[in-house]
Design a protein. Structure first.
Length: 149
């Protein structure tokens, strides 16, 4: 019954469609766009190097003191660490969704600073980097050429 009104009066239907379209365009300018929802947990990455050490030495002298302190950070879900044969050490701490990544980085940095005196002098001279990290992939651009040019 309602559809008969629009079928019998096409001008009226066009006016209603135009008003709806204009209202939608105006609302795009007024309503703020929400960011993508958090899908992956926020992460904090701790990196350092121990020049001349292999992975076993890095694990025993660098990884264990740092991880012993960082394990108690609030709202942390899990940690993953990698000790390389080139003396590199990387610790990635994942936190619960909805927690501020800046606060997470500060909390982890405070714990790393507590562990700093127990690390070898070479590591202290090299320094320890603590930074927030996101593994969320927001967009991908793919370029393809069928002629491979």
């Amino acid at each position: 019954m309602l559809s008969a009104i629009f079928v019998d009066r096409p001008r009226f239907a066009i006016v209603i469609a135009l008003i709806t379209t204009i209202a939608g365009l105006v609302s795009l300018l007024v309503i703020p766009l929400a960011q993508y929802p958090d899908i992956v947990p926020p992460q904090v990455q701790v990196t350092t190097t121990y020049p001349g050490a292999n992975s076993g030495v890095v694990d025993a002298t660098v990884a264990q003191p740092i991880e012993a302190q960082v394990v108690g950070v609030d709202k942390m879900i899990y940690m993953k660490s990698v000790s390389g044969d080139d003396g590199s050490y990387t610790l990635i701490c994942s936190f619960e969704l909805g927690i501020d990544p800046d606060i997470n980085a500060v909390n982890v940095n405070n714990r790393v600073q507590i562990a700093l005196p127990s690390l070898p002098q070479e590591v202290q001279r090299q320094g320890i980097t603590v930074k927030k990290k996101s593994s969320a992939l927001l967009g991908v651009i793919a370029v393809y050429s069928p002629k491979h040019s």
